[in-house]
Design a protein around this ligand. Structure first.
Ligand SMILES: *Cc1c(COP(=O)(O)O)cnc(C)c1O
Length: 398
C-alpha cells in the first residue's frame, strides 16, 4: 500500500491524473506583457499605472474614487487609523472571516466584538449587529462572504442611527451586486487582490469610499503620512519638499502590481461568468448528495461573485470529520480550502481575550464542517464533475 498525507491509497480508488488545486490565478500573455512593460519603463513603484488602475477600478464598481494599497489587510489597517480607532473602541465583525481584520483591530489597541452569522448564508445579520452595539462601538465591519452581499440597507440605517462607521470587507465581493448597487459604489469598502481573489495583482488591495476627506487621509496614510500635492500626478512622484502631516504607513501599491491589475480588471466579467457557470454546475450535481450542503443564498436581490464555493459536510451522516474528508479528497488529487476556521477559537483569542467555544453557535457549527471546493476561472465543468465524483467516492468508502 502507498501512503500520502496520512491517507491510504486503495488500488480501486478513483483518481484524477493531475492535482486540481482549489484555486489558481489566471495569468495570460497580456498580464506578462503588461508587467514586462513596467519593468522596461524605468518606473516601478507607485506612478501612472497605479493612478490608471485606481481610475478604472472606481469606474468598474461605480465608486467616486479609489486608493490602491499593498494588501486588503493594509487597507483595513489604514481605515482603522483614518477613523481614529484605538484603545477603548469596540469593532463589531464576524469571527467567521480571515484573521486579518480581527488582528489589525487588536494591533490598533481596540477590541474585536465578534457576532454570529446566519447558519446557512454565513453572513452577518443586522439583528446580531444591533445586539452587540455598546456605547463604545465605533465601527462595524460586515464581510460579504464567498461573494454574496451582506444586507447593507438595514446595516447602514442602524449604523447611521447610532453614529457608528461601517467599512465593508469586500475581499470576496469584486463584481457582487447588493440589490441594484455594485459593492464598493456606496459607503466604504476594502477589496483584496491576493492571488486567490477574483482578480489578482500578486498582492494588493483597494479602498473605495464616497467620503472625499477620508480618501485624502487614506492617500496620505498609505505613504508615510506625507502631504499629497498637485505635483504628485505630474511628476509621478511626490515633491521632495512634501512634509509629514501625521505618522503614516508604507503600504502603497507598485506599478508592477497595478499593471497586472489593469489587465485582470478587463477580464473580471469573463472570470466571474465562468465562476458562476461552475457554481451552477456544482449546485446541480451536488443536489442529490445529502452529506454535503452548499451555502444558502440571501433572500434579497443580489448578484453573487462566486469567490468561493463552500459546502458543509454533514459529519454524522458521512461518518468522517471535515479534516478527514479534505485529506481523502487530496488523496484523490482534489484540493480544497478552509474558509474559515473561526477566529475566536484560535490560540491568541482564547488565551488572551478570554474567548471560548459556545459563544457563537452558528459560526462554530460551520467552522467545524465547512470546506471550499475547487473554483477558479481556468477550471472546466469536467473538472467540477471530477470533484463531484471524488466526493461520491470518498463518501461511499467511508
Ligand atoms: C483575503 C481576505 C482579506 C485580506 O486580504 P489580503 O489582501 O490578503 O490582505 C480580508 N478579509 C477576507 C474575508 C479575505 O478573504
Amino acid at each position: 500500500m502507498l501512503y500520502c498525507a496520512g491517507t491510504v491509497f486503495r488500488p480501486h480508488m478513483r483518481m484524477r491524473a493531475e492535482f486540481l488545486p482549489f484555486c489558481r490565478p489566471s495569468i495570460g500573455e497580456a498580464e506578462i506583457a503588461a508587467v514586462t512593460g513596467v519593468l522596461r519603463s524605468g518606473w516601478l513603484t507607485t506612478g501612472p499605472k497605479t493612478a490608471a488602475f485606481e481610475r478604472r477600478f472606481a469606474e468598474r464598481v461605480n465608486a467616486s474614487g479609489a486608493t490602491a494599497v499593498g494588501s486588503g489587510t493594509a487597507g483595513m489597517q489604514l481605515m482603522l487609523r483614518a477613523l481614529d480607532i484605538g484603545p477603548g473602541a469596540e469593532v463589531i465583525t464576524p469571527s467567521l472571516t480571515w484573521v486579518s481584520t480581527p488582528n489589525v483591530i487588536v494591533l490598533a489597541g481596540a477590541k474585536p466584538v465578534f457576532v454570529d452569522v446566519d447558519r446557512d448564508t454565513l453572513l452577518v445579520t443586522p439583528q446580531a449587529i444591533e445586539a452587540a452595539i455598546t456605547p463604545r462601538t465605533k465601527l462595524v465591519v460586515p464581510v460579504h462572504f464567498a461573494g454574496a452581499p451582506a444586507d447593507m440597507g438595514p446595516i447602514r440605517s442602524l449604523a447611521a442611527e447610532k453614529g457608528i462607521a461601517v467599512v465593508e470587507d469586500a475581499a470576496h465581493a469584486l463584481g457582487t451586486m447588493y440589490r441594484d448597487e455594485p459593492v464598493g459604489s456606496r459607503g466604504t469598502a476594502v477589496f483584496s487582490f491576493h492571488p486567490i481573489k477574483n482578480i489578482t495583482t500578486g498582492e494588493g488591495g483597494m479602498i473605495c469610499t464616497r467620503d472625499a476627506a477620508l480618501r485624502a487621509r487614506l492617500h496620505r496614510l498609505r505613504f508615510h503620512g506625507l502631504a499629497a500635492d498637485a505635483h504628485e500626478r505630474d511628476t509621478q512622484g511626490r515633491a521632495p519638499q512634501a512634509e509629514v502631516m501625521e505618522p503614516g504607513y508604507k503600504c502603497n501599491m507598485t506599478d508592477i502590481a497595478a499593471a497586472l491589475g489593469l489587465v485582470q480588471l478587463e477580464r473580471l466579467k469573463a472570470f466571474n461568468r465562468q465562476r458562476a457557470r461552475l457554481a451552477a454546475h456544482y449546485l446541480e450535481r451536488l443536489a442529490g448528495i445529502d452529506e454535503v450542503r452548499p451555502l444558502g443564498r440571501p433572500p434579497y436581490p443580489h448578484e453573487h461573485a462566486w469567490h468561493l464555493f463552500v459546502v458543509r459536510l454533514d459529519v454524522d451522516k458521512a461518518g468522517i470529520s471535515r479534516d478527514h474528508f479534505m485529506a481523502e479528497l487530496k488523496a484523490r488529487n482534489i484540493g480544497s480550502g478552509l474558509h474559515f476556521k473561526a477566529v475566536h477559537l484560535q490560540r491568541y483569542y482564547t488565551e488572551h481575550l478570554g474567548m471560548q467555544r459556545g459563544m457563537l453557535p452558528h459560526t462554530e457549527w460551520n467552522s467545524d464542517r465547512l470546506c471550499s471546493l475547487p473554483l477558479f476561472p481556468d477550471m472546466t465543468v469536467e473538472d467540477a464533475d471530477e470533484v463531484v465524483a471524488a466526493i461520491k467516492d470518498v463518501l461511499a468508502s467511508s
